[in-house]
Design a protein around this ligand. Structure first.
Ligand code: MG
Length: 197
């Protein structure tokens, strides 16, 4: 069998697979399309809310179902096909639960969403962490819409790819994010093939 060029792919959940921003806007009675795109990435700021609590309270009051019923983004299947074609190990999901009192609701709801949408029953493929850099190992790639996460991950031994999304610098590509991500994966693959043959 031909060796695949990337050891492992870690996929972020919110804004890469699930429409967290759209769901959060709905809870606050707003439409995502009416907010200013690009950074800062902080939805609380974009929604004009004064505190973290004002942002999270109505979301937390929806309970597990807020997370469980977030809209899946349309490119999930295609993104998984591309990532699988290049990755030696099975694809994993890496996601950050919020830090406040709703953290346990988020973890349960995200887990239900993942099992329902992806159908993966192996719990080892779902990583819940507030520090993705811990998983930055040689040959691993993180695909994430947060520039901060991507930069931090790339400071480790792996490499990060910034996924085009509403609140980052690639927002103009947000409806067609896969060409950029595919190119970046192929480039990393070529680099790995040269340096770790
Ligand atoms: Mg995200």
């Amino acid at each position: 069998m031909i060796k695949k060029p990337i050891k492992g792919v870690l996929l972020d959940l919110d804004e890469v697979l699930a429409d967290f921003a759209g769901g959060a806007c709905r809870v606050h009675g707003k439409r995502l399309e009416n907010l200013e795109p690009g950074e800062p990435r902080d939805l609380q700021v974009k929604l004009g809310l004064r505190s973290k609590e004002a942002f999270w309270k109505p979301i937390n009051s929806r309970g597990i179902s807020f997370w469980e019923y977030l809209e899946p983004l349309p490119w999930i299947e295609e993104l998984l096909i591309i990532a699988r074609a290049l990755s030696e190990e099975p694809i994993r999901i890496i996601t950050t639960p919020p830090s406040g009192p709703g953290a346990h609701l988020a973890i349960l709801g995200k887990h239900r969403w993942l099992v329902k949408i992806l159908g993966w029953t192996d719990r080892n493929r779902y990583i819940f962490t507030r520090d993705k850099k811990i998983y930055s190992l040689p040959g691993y790639v993180l695909i994430d819409d947060s520039r901060k996460n991507v930069v931090r991950f790339s400071e480790g031994r792996g490499l990060g790819i910034l996924f085009p999304a509403y609140f980052n610098q690639y927002y103009e590509e947000r409806n067609n994010p896969l060409p950029r991500v595919t190119n970046a994966l192929l480039q990393i693959g070529e680099h790995n093939a040269l340096h770790f043959p």
